[in-house]
Design a protein around this ligand. Structure first.
Ligand SMILES: O=C(CO)COP(=O)(O)O
Length: 150
């Protein structure tokens, strides 16, 4: 796999998503890291974003609710190179009506080499990374060879 390097500014675009049983954990995580999160641009699926805004006062761009297409909107943002970190507290105990969308979101994040945190331990490490606070070159996969072979 070839990579091209893209310079990311110090302020990152952080996507926040939580399934219903994980929303409390997401809010606690946002409260814990409020001062770090406010340095970045936040976007979220609809209900998650609304609850984060209400409880933390952080400003969040809200997409559609997940089951109504929010995961797909976020996937499109990732494919367009407009997301730098995905924090997705998905529920490992409940099947979702929109499971295909959840899987597609995780897949497209892997395709574009986006850091993904699926629980608070990994999210803690990522949000506190020094890379979050400074400009750095991110490795973006270059799919030109893949496209030429098809
Ligand atoms: O379902 C979701 C992610 O798959 C989250 O959607 P909401 O933030 O609208 O609850």
């Amino acid at each position: 796999m070839e990579y091209i390097f893209k310079a990311l500014p110090a302020s990152k675009r952080v996507a926040l998503v939580a399934h219903d049983n994980r929303k409390k954990a997401m809010i606690q995580w946002c409260l814990r890291h409020r001062s770090l999160l406010e340095k970045h641009s936040l976007l979220a699926t609809g209900t998650t974003g609304g609850k984060i805004e209400e409880t933390t006062g952080l400003k969040v761009e809200k997409l559609l609710s997940g089951p109504l297409g929010g995961d797909q909107q976020l996937g499109a943002r990732i494919a367009e190179g407009r997301v730098d970190l995905l924090v997705f507290f998905w529920d490992p105990f409940e099947p979702m009506p929109h499971d295909p969308d959840v899987k597609a979101l995780l897949r497209i994040a892997a395709v574009w080499n986006i850091p993904v945190a699926c629980n608070s331990s990994s999210a803690d490490m990522m949000i506190q990374s020094s890379l979050m606070e400074r400009t750095f070159d991110r490795e973006v996969p270059d799919y030109q060879n893949y496209l030429e072979q098809r």
